[in-house]
Design a protein around this ligand. Structure first.
Ligand SMILES: [Zn+2]
Length: 638
């Protein structure tokens, strides 16, 4: 009897495995409505493994659940269960991406998904019943007594065994420790880096914006040295934050694609601080900045926590299943960043903290709380929550070397009312973030931490509202994109504040911070010192400031001048603007000032050639003995 039972399970494994194979093939080769991250051929092994693993799980689970089911009915039960799972999970996963259906995160979208899920369950049951009818009792008995039963069990063991082996090979290696032995207990001041994603400088009231978007940030800036012409290193999160963490420009760190990972041997800012005995924590609302992509190196605490280690390597189907079932903790709202940061700060009193707080609220979709919309723009018309995405228009771009909005034949536009409504929503998101930063500063003020900490205030990039025919960020390099509201607040604040009006890169502030604190320069850092912050006179000459999205867009700022290089490496389009006369960058004066153009062009070409000599890939093979010694002393290399 017992042997009969195992064999019927073996038959059930074969049936569910067939469904799994079909689902895996459909998932990889089937239609993917509007899904840029759709799986391709290289995903086939995991997709098949995922579904086969699910088949084994469903069969074992149902056998345990239906212990009393007759042996001749169990294969049908397992088949029904598997069909319901595949139709429900894979089918609904597909359905929610169909463009004409409401977005999944809206109530209507959730209702559609729930109805589809119920329909999938009913359909699975009906299909299983039809198959069970077609293959009558005699067929099950014949199959069960044949090789199918035994080999099905073998198949299940093979699938589980393979996954177990891959699971064990994905186990993480021990993390190297870069903490200096003498550092424990060494008194050092706290350092907090506050970055607000997608924050346009000219939309803060401090910089003259007419709406009251930022009373709390204004208060912070009024006690700080404010850089009124600072630039971000790039125009979207991945390369910009990689620059802040590595101290390298994008041409050097090469982390410019969404799936790029910061090289594991890159010495990062948090590791540098940790090597001086700092407790290090990152609280990041933008979930493309993850430990998995290397941004967590050097941070003891990283919020949101990564998915479990056994899901890191994308090797097994188990990983995919786990990451679908177990979504990372949601951190997209500012209050969560405050909550997690303050909890961490409280847990490690009397120790120096290096914290990176990354707020995301101004990033689209612009869905501010009603009270913030009321506060900044009570009479604003209704507007969309999402800007157009260039991805939807790329087929209009004829020139493959050009990727920005200006390459489109007819860039998307919005009626003025809707545009005004959308900007009001964005401003209200800034206002929400400002309230959160206000709450944070109040709390730090009450505990006395504000008296002792160094604060940097930054953004990773701005946002465009058709200022230059574009939307969102990452595909243009005008000032609305790279202009950074950058500030440094010393412990206790700087009475009366202060401003530095020359163009300044963010990397310079990070390097200067290390010097203010008396730390060595972070290894490989490409920033330069800002002498005024160290009590020294301003430099007589300063080199132009670079921002870039290699290999398509580059910008240099020097004095009133701004140079832009667009398009192909071989025949780029050069533009020159005088920001003093033309802050909106509307009138290209390259032809009027050929000497300025030539000088900035020459500098840019030389600088890029220089930056291209340093790449993260080469760090582990560097031959500079001094650098090797430094890296070794910090524990970055053996
Ligand atoms: Zn960003």
């Amino acid at each position: 009897m017992e042997r009969w039972r195992w064999r019927s399970m073996g038959v059930a494994i074969w049936l569910t495995a067939l469904v799994a194979l079909a689902a895996g093939l459909i998932e990889v080769f089937g239609p993917h409505p509007m899904d840029p991250s759709a799986p391709g051929l290289r995903d086939l092994p995991y997709a098949l493994d995922l579904h086969l693993l699910a088949a084994v799980g469903v069969t074992l689970g149902l056998r345990a659940l239906f212990r009393r089911a007759a042996e001749t009915t169990f294969p049908s039960i397992a088949l029904g269960g598997m069909l319901m799972l595949e139709l429900g999970v894979v089918g609904v996963h597909w359905l929610i991406k169909v463009p004409f259906l409401p977005r999944f995160y809206t109530p209507a979208g959730k209702a559609v998904a729930a109805i589809a899920f119920l329909a999938a369950i009913v359909l699975g049951l009906v299909l299983a019943r039809l198959v069970a009818r077609a293959l009558r009792r005699e067929t099950w008995i014949r199959w069960t007594r044949g090789l199918w039963g035994v080999s099905g069990i073998g198949l299940a063991i093979a699938i589980l065994g393979l996954n177990a082996v891959l699971f064990l090979t994905a186990m993480p290696r021990p993390v190297r420790s870069a903490v200096r032995s003498y550092a424990a207990g060494h008194p050092r001041p706290d350092v907090f880096i506050i970055l607000v994603d997608t924050l346009r400088r000219d939309h803060l009231s401090y910089f003259g914006y007419p709406r009251p978007t930022s009373p709390n940030i204004d208060r912070l800036l009024s006690e700080s040295v404010v850089f009124t012409a600072a630039s971000t290193p790039s125009t979207w999160t991945i390369p910009s934050v990689a620059s802040l963490f590595t101290g390298l420009y994008p041409t050097s760190h090469q982390v410019t694609g969404a799936t790029n990972r910061i090289a594991a041997d890159a010495p990062l800012l948090a590791e540098h601080f940790r090597s001086y005995g700092y407790r290090t924590g990152a609280f990041v609302a933008n979930q493309i900045v993850t430990r998995r992509n290397g941004y967590g190196q050097g941070f003891e605490a990283f919020f949101p926590p990564s998915p479990p280690w056994w899901t890191y390597h994308q090797l097994t189907a188990f990983e995919r299943l786990a990451s679908r079932v177990r979504k990372p903790a949601s951190a997209s709202q500012g209050w969560r960043i405050n909550q997690e940061f303050l909890r961490w700060l409280k847990a490690t009193p009397d120790q120096p903290h290096f914290a990176y707080l990354h707020y995301l609220d101004p990033h689209s979709p612009y869905e501010p709380p009603a009270e913030d919309l009321q506060a900044v723009a009570p009479d604003a018309p209704r507007g969309p929550a999402d800007p157009p995405r260039i991805r939807a228009y790329v087929n209009q771009i004829r020139d493959p070397t050009c990727r920005d909005w200006e390459c489109l034949e007819s860039p998307p536009s919005l009626p003025p009312e809707e545009l005004a409504g959308m900007i009001a929503r964005y401003d209200a998101e800034i206002r929400y973030t400002d309230r959160m930063i206000g709450a944070l500063l109040d709390k730090l003020g009450r505990t006395g931490a504000l008296e002792r900490c160094h604060i940097l205030f930054l953004t990773d990039h701005g946002e465009e509202f058709a200022d230059h025919h574009g939307w969102s960020h990452g595909n243009s390099i005008y000032e609305e994109m790279i202009g950074c509201p950058m500030a440094y607040r010393p412990p206790g604040g700087r009475p009366g504040g202060g401003t530095i009006a020359r163009p300044t890169p963010e990397l310079d502030l990070l390097l200067t911070l290390c010097r203010i604190l008396g730390l060595d320069d972070p290894p490989l850092h490409q920033g330069r010192e800002i002498p005024e912050l160290l009590g020294r006179p301003a430099p007589a000459t300063v080199p132009p400031v670079l921002s870039e999205i290699p290999p398509h867009l580059y910008a240099l700022r020097q004095g009133p001048w701004k140079l832009i290089r667009r398009g192909s490496t071989h025949s780029p389009d050069w533009r020159l603007y005088n920001l003093q006369d033309d802050p909106g960058e509307l009138h290209d004066v390259a032809d009027t000032y050929p000497d300025t153009l030539a000088a900035l062009r020459g500098y840019l070409e030389g600088r890029l050639a220089e930056l291209a000599k340093v790449t993260l890939m080469e760090i582990s093979s560097t031959t500079d003995p001094e650098l090797l010694e430094r890296l070794r002393s910090l524990g970055y290399i053996q």
